[in-house]
Design a protein. Structure first.
Length: 246
């Protein structure tokens, strides 16, 4: 089923998980939404997770334990990653999670309840801070992958592909700093083109990164790809820390 139609796989996973969420939280469930690659149409089977946001009042710890017990098999089978907040936590954390909330504003699919995300006001300064933090974090993560690979090229390639899977959100966030529109073209290749122009970085490693994420074979040695990616990311981080985006 996964190979034949990922959309059916995603829908089935959500349905099974939501049955248990509604049983456990009942009237406490204010909102449920799908976000991430499964909502944007860039889900990659075997790599991507099904990301679900739940707003619950109150998110009782006892009910969380119950939900975890009820959904363990479903979450594992369908790679479901739930994120649970109270309404107050959601409304008061826009300064901490501007990237995630802008992603949800633009791409999420409401599954249940009231769309609270559209009420959120995002400060551009907070967005810049988080995006810089993200790209510096990814630089460190990539270096750690290199340091821990120990010459095992096959495992290293697999780890890099998993790492590449979370770069799409970073790319979209970088573009939001360049363009002020609420809605943007979600085609990864188009986003890369605009990032290359805005930050004056080499296009090839970013395009190879997208190929890695999609499981497309790349002809260059992975060491060369990673080296060029690090140069690109370091250059972008320096620009974000400069006067243009402050």
């Amino acid at each position: 089923m996964l190979r034949k139609d990922p959309d059916i796989f995603i829908t089935k996973g959500i349905e099974k998980y939501m049955e248990q969420v509604q049983t456990v939280f009942a009237d406490s469930l204010v909102m449920a939404a799908l976000y991430g690659s499964a909502a944007t149409g860039h889900y990659v089977a075997g790599v991507s997770d099904i990301n679900l946001l739940f707003v619950v009042d109150p998110p009782s710890p006892k009910r969380l334990f119950e939900l975890a017990e009820r959904t363990r098999r479903t979450a594992d089978k369908y790679r479901i990653t739930p994120h649970i907040l109270s309404k107050q936590e959601l409304l008061s954390s826009t300064d901490v999670f501007p990237v995630e909330y802008l992603e949800m504003k633009e791409t999420m699919e409401l599954i249940h309840g009231t769309n609270l995300i559209e009420e959120l006001q995002i400060d551009r300064k907070n967005l810049r801070h988080q995006v810089e933090s993200m790209i510096r974090g990814e630089i460190n993560s990539l270096r750690q992958l290199v340091l821990t690979q120990g010459g095992r090229k096959r495992l290293f390639f697999q780890d890099v592909r998993l790492w590449a899977g979370r770069q799409a959100a970073l790319m979209r966030s970088l573009l939001r700093l360049v363009k002020h529109e609420q809605k943007q073209d979600l085609n990864p290749k188009h986003i890369i083109e605009e990032i290359v122009e805005a930050f004056e970085v080499a296009p090839r490693p970013l395009l190879e990164l997208e190929d890695l994420r999609e499981g497309v074979h790349i002809s260059r040695d992975i060491v060369d790809v990673i080296s060029d990616l690090l140069l690109n990311y370091i250059h972008i981080a320096e620009i974000l820390d400069g006067p243009t985006y402050r």
